[in-house]
Design a protein around this ligand. Structure first.
Ligand code: 4AD
Ligand code: MG
Length: 478
């Protein structure tokens, strides 16, 4: 007999058919004569109601069926009498693949806090919330590949272990095969990396961009999509030590083209979620609204689906950094000393400033451009004013920076001068400089933090809840 997924069954087109379903028990309730089992197989947020006749299936068997037990059920699909679902399964045979002891299983069918579930991260996939989040994560990954494929971009696999310090984006994780307790030492007491596997110090990548530029200046348009690592000791709800980044890089693109692509890309992903993940989004929206009830009215965020539609339907604001500083300094918020960090031309914007611009001032996503060169990476194109670079950060409501990117400096002399000024070892990066020596072109790109996108799309508040196995300071379970 054909095994079907619950998502298929719930379409309600198979009433009268005999089917097999396999999944895990969410809840079981019932009386002396009949048990109702809510079964979930991960294919959808919805459970299939299974009706089990106690006399027919046996009390002994049904007694062993508790939350999270794994079952295979054969039965007939019938129109449901109860409200809430169109179809239910009248069980004729139940196989218990694995029991689950209700006295020991930590996740009970009641509402657990997200903190509690984070401590039980190995089991949180079994909850409705996390299954919805990880289905959406999958859908977004698929939509990303789809988007670039349809535009003719080439998916380039840049290295995870790298000898270059991409951009000084943050502290790096060192890769080593050395015996950490007894490393071979040089005469001056420093570690002798020449004896290491690669014969030189290597790190986990902080960004695939520089290698991406090599690809773009030959293949035209490329993108990367892979894990990136930053040993930043920032224990916030928006930072991970291991996160996934999508980095498109395009030859013959200038800053304007880069902004257009970033906006179109983000909107297409949001549209994909609305078109394909509505069941999960509606569930997460209800969850969020429950949570928001505890907040004062003016701090509550927009309903999730409404918020996604709003971003889809509105143009992003495009604003030079210099004007952003003026807006911030002229705000009542600034005058009443409500910002924790200073706001001066030349300082990096903090999340509170970004969110003020997006959530309070414009109430729309903002693309901030032309940042002071001293707070941005060495490779960004220098503007004619001598003070700013052609950087762009995309700022989203509730998130702050979701994308960081720029047009790149394509002039060899300017680039090398800037590297010298910033202490970037140009002599170790001849491979990179060759892009500027041989057929250099204007080019641009950006990096989208995948988990930041997921925070936005799912409405989850903590980045640890949108990645399956979060890596944060003092935390690398599994
Ligand atoms: O702004 P960032 O550091 O830019 C780069 O790495 C460039 N090389 C990108 C490029 O132009 N190709 O990082 C890009 C994005 C940020 O906007 C943010 O969304 C995300 O990556 N990000 C993080 N996400 C989670 N945890 C962290 N620690 C992150 N650091 C950056
Ligand atoms: Mg950035």
């Amino acid at each position: 007999m054909k095994r079907l997924k619950i998502k298929e069954i719930l379409k309600g087109e198979l009433i009268g058919q005999q089917v097999v379903v396999k999944g895990w028990v969410r809840t079981k309730r019932g009386s002396k004569n009949v048990n109702f089992i809510a079964l979930n197989d991960g294919s959808t947020i919805h459970n299939l109601q299974v009706v089990a006749d106690v006399e027919k299936l046996g009390e002994e068997l049904l007694k062993d069926i508790n939350t999270s037990a794994a079952l295979g059920i054969t039965g007939e699909l019938v129109a449901s009498q109860g409200s809430g679902q169109s179809v239910e399964l009248n069980a004729t045979e139940i196989i218990i693949y694995g029991k689950s002891d209700p006295d020991k299983y930590p996740i009970q069918p009641k509402k657990h806090s997200l903190e509690f579930l984070r401590e039980n991260a190995h089991l949180r996939f079994r909850t409705a919330t996390f299954s919805a989040v990880f289905r959406i994560r999958h859908a977004m990954a698929f939509a990303i590949h789809n988007y670039f494929n349809s535009k003719g971009f080439v998916y380039l696999h840049t290295p995870i272990v790298t000898g270059s310090d991409a951009e000084g984006a943050g502290q790096m994780f060192r890769v080593t095969t050395l015996d950490a307790k007894n490393p071979p030492l040089l005469e001056d007491g420093s570690i002798d990396y020449s004896q290491d596997f690669f014969g030189k110090p290597t790190n986990l990548t902080v960004s695939g961009q520089l290698e991406g530029e090599l690809g773009a200046t030959a293949l035209g348009e490329i993108y990367t999509f892979g894990p990136t690592f930053r040993a930043e000791n920032s224990n916030t709800a928006r930072h991970l030590a291991e996160f996934w980044m999508i980095e498109p890089e395009m030859a013959f693109y200038e800053l304007q083209d880069n902004m257009d692509l970033a906006e179109d890309f983000l909107k297409s992903l949001i549209k994909y979620a609305l078109d394909n993940c509505m069941d999960d989004l509606e569930f997460l929206s209800k969850r969020l609204q429950e949570e928001e009830k505890n907040k004062p009215m003016d701090e509550r965020s927009m309903e999730l689906v409404e918020k996604l539609r709003f971003v889809l339907e509105n143009d992003f604001i495009r604003l030079p950094y210099t004007e952003a500083i003026e807006i911030l300094r002229n705000s009542n918020h600034y005058k009443k000393n409500k910002f924790q960090y200073p706001v001066d031309w030349g300082t990096d914007l903090q999340s509170e400033h970004e969110r003020y611009l997006v959530e309070k001032h414009f109430k729309k996503p903002v693309i901030l451009i032309n940042y002071p060169k001293d707070i941005k990476a060495f490779y960004m194109k220098q503007n004619a004013d001598g003070k700013t670079v052609a950087a762009m950060d995309v700022l989203f409501p509730g998130i702050g920076e979701i994308i960081g990117g720029s047009q790149r400096e394509e002039d060899l002399d300017k680039l090398v001068t800037r590297m010298d000024e910033m202490g970037v070892p140009a002599h170790e990066m001849e491979w990179y400089l060759d892009t500027r020596r041989f057929g250099t072109v204007p080019h641009a790109g950006f990096g989208l933090g995948f988990e930041r996108l997921l925070l936005f799309v799912t409405g989850m508040g903590n980045i640890r809840d949108v990645i399956a196995f979060p890596r944060t300071p003092k935390n690398a379970e599994f």
